[in-house]
Design a protein around this ligand. Structure first.
Ligand SMILES: [Ca+2]
Ligand SMILES: [Ca+2]
Ligand SMILES: [Ca+2]
Ligand SMILES: [Ca+2]
Length: 293
């Protein structure tokens, strides 16, 4: 039903585009383009306040009487020069109405708070340029479980969809719902660093144990073959001994879904147990375990 409505909407739009084409007299196309494009930034909203661990969604509508050639989006962090985050040559099919959509995660070293300026610059075939800007702020407040869960989900899709796919995880049938083995793989992918070798060093393990508040663990017991690294089997065994799967599967259906996973991580990061994650409890850990490679 939803799909039908969507197709209908797209068909209607195409019909309008077709009408527009007919309305333009051919002679107009030969005249020089002297009218600059219009730009409307829909998101972020002006003076919006965004969470530092969330993805910033940019949506800008660009229109032109003749042809939009290029749309560039840049972002200036507080006290820094503007950096291009998207630069698109607009396809012919969207030459008169183009929607720029960009998902952007702030760099790890981003200022935790401050005013950011987003600039959208559209250029048409006659080299007329329109520039619009919007300012918004980024904050790192203490977050509730619900707020954390939303950021966690976004980051999870961004960071782990592709690696899980390489590991032949079947999203189509399973959704984001993990058996005990898959939970271990998920954690393995979160803990191992960006180097190409999928193994966990003692330093990574030590940090993981501290960040997740695991007490009385011995590296020698985890690294069974004593080669200085944890392979996936050793890691799986260690995770199993910690009993995380049972603890996080609150609904007791032998599956840890994304909500249970976010809740489990939240409760382990909330080391002062006040049911809030302070910036000190989440920012550095989020960058370590959930920042996309
Ligand atoms: Ca124009
Ligand atoms: Ca080992
Ligand atoms: Ca469950
Ligand atoms: Ca806390």
């Amino acid at each position: 039903m939803k799909r039908c409505t969507c197709y209908f909407f797209i068909l209607t739009c195409l019909a309008f585009v077709a009408c527009d084409e007919e309305d333009v007299a051919p002679v107009n196309k030969l005249l020089p383009d002297t009218v600059a494009p219009t730009v409307a930034i829909q998101a972020p909203a002006a003076n919006d306040s965004l969470l530092i661990i969330d993805v910033i969604g940019v949506v800008a509508e660009v229109a032109d009487d003749k042809r939009i050639e290029n749309v560039r989006v840049s972002l200036a962090e507080p006290g820094r020069a503007s950096q291009v985050i998207s630069d698109v040559k607009v396809p012919f099919s969207e030459e008169k109405n183009y929607t720029a959509g960009v998902l952007h995660r702030l760099p790890k070293n981003a200022a935790a708070s401050g005013v950011y300026t987003l600039t959208v610059e559209a250029r048409d075939i006659g080299q007329n340029v329109t520039i619009k800007t919007v300012t918004f702020s980024v904050k790192a407040p203490s977050v509730s479980r619900a707020t954390f869960e939303r950021s966690f989900d976004n980051a999870f899709y961004e960071k782990l969809s592709a690696p899980l796919d390489w590991f032949a995880y079947n999203f189509w049938d399973e959704g984001y719902a993990f058996s005990e083995n898959w939970l271990s793989t998920v954690l393995y992918l979160m803990v191992t660093t960006s180097d190409d070798e999928y193994s966990i060093s003692e330093a990574e393990w030590t940090k993981f144990m501290a960040d997740f508040g695991m007490k009385n663990q011995s590296w020698a017991k985890w690294d069974e073959d004593n080669d200085g690294n944890l392979n996936d089997m050793e890691f799986e065994l260690g995770i199993s001994r910690l009993g995380l799967f049972k603890e996080w599967d609150r609904s007791k259906d032998k599956i840890v879904n994304l909500e249970e996973l976010a809740t489990g991580v939240f409760s382990h990061w909330d080391q002062n147990k006040d049911n809030l994650l302070a910036k000190e409890e989440y920012l550095e850990k989020f960058n370590t375990y959930l920042y996309p490679r």
